[in-house]
Design a protein around this ligand. Sequence first.
Ligand code: ADP
Length: 540
Amino acid sequence: MDGLNMDYQLNVPAILRRGEQLFGDKEIVTRLPDRAWHRYTYADFAPRAKRLAAALRNELGLGDGDRVATLCWNHFQHLEAYIGVPTGGMVTHTLNLRLHADDLTYIATHAGDRVLIADKVLWPLCESFVGGCGFEHLVAVGEGPTPEGAIEYEDLLASAEPTDLPEREIDERSAAAMCFTSGTTGLPKGAVYSHRAIAVHSLASAMAGVLSVTEKDTVLPVVPMFHANAWGFPFTCTLVGAKQVFPGPFLDPESLLEAFEQERVTVTAGVPTIWMGILGELDANPDKHDVSSIRCMIVGGSAAPQAMIEAFEKRHGLRITHAWGMTETCPLGSVSDPTSRELALSEEEQYRYRAKQGIPAPFFEIRARGAEGLVPWDGGSMGELEVRGVWVSSAYHDAPESADRWTDDGWFKTGDVVTIEPHGYIEIQDRAKDLVKSGGEWISSVALENALMGHPAVAEAAVIAVPDAKWQERPLAVVVLKPGASSTADELREHLAPHFAKWWLPDRVEFVEEIPKTAVGKFRKTALREQFAAQPAETV
Ligand code: ADP
């Protein structure tokens, strides 16, 4: 039919234009490697992002769709790459600086990266893997001498004018960014984000009831910019004109709390292990830190234990919003921001809901499949979560062997086992690979972990399946006690007993100093299984 709306391109340059035109005086603040603070505004940032784009094309000879890798902490130059590279028609590929050199070689080669923008403070890591990759240029970011063979980032920017970037519309269906899964469950695989996916993801993230980010916010993403598209914050914040604060390499609780206080941060986001550390510091020194500016701490990447949500709120007046997502979903999938239905429940019930993963974002649909087909939304039937939506990957980059991660009708199989309530509230029970299958029935390791972490003596708990002659598998709990605390396996089982069927209770509890973590701070259950699953079953 004629008379339709304009075919306006939903792309990253449009996000940048908005940030520049409307919010030029808003600040972008970074903690530098020497702990000094760098401050500038959107009016300073936007021309630099465009200079970068123009220089990559004109000076380094890149063209549409070419990959530009970054190996950087969270800082303003990384933001310039996040926004500038796709504004120039190229693709930002964030590399995870906590990975092993061999993984980085594999990932950069598989992605076909042509240029690497890396922090000078990460140069030793950079040198450990670039030799095996096809980079044509290395660009060095930060203070200090330029490493041999590298181009100085500031020199690259100075070589182009913002106006050198030709005026043209970038197709919203072209690639803007890519990110590899962190490899918790196998070889890393590349998710590619289109301009359209990023634009609509940013709009949805900013919505009230989703992440609710507005111009009035000061946002400090603790989540590394190399993890899962930085949960979309660089784009969402630039679109709405929020003040952005970057912690640089300093992710320890003290430094973060200092940054929250100094910059009057209102919204921050990261994985539960970060918040456990911050909770420990706030509990130890309750009067030392002024965190009154914070209105929302977004927690995702792993399940946020209910005990942690309650502890922050009751002891420190800090509110947690629990979100679920994946690298393959840009990453936002669902958010547990209580609706009017949950707000009508008792306080205890509300906390129970806040520890679930919530309802899906708009334009993001869910369903769950069990052995017999799709499972009902009854809050009890478990099935693997399948999703589809504007910003869900339709394939991995150059990995036809993984096509079975999508159903015949095009939904993405998340690998997460969930229950869904009649009103769409999701609860992640486990990763399919982590489920404990005992006597033919599933046991949720996440539910046991959350309950264990609700015990006052427990700092961290991970539950894994160990082989069992009679039951096929049984749950084993690996527990880290809080400093100075003591407990026993029997006491922990008693703590769990009122909340679970008897056969769910772990037969074995192993007390350890530390639970091994992945590159982004999640429990590395593969390592725990290697460590404990082979040992003969003994009752502790
Ligand atoms: P990786 O799969 O390598 O860990 P991702 O960071 O993409 O990389 O991880 C996505 C996975 O993290 C999800 O499939 C899910 O298992 C887990 N996850 C993310 N957010 C949550 C959450 N709020 N609660 C429970 N699990 C979560």
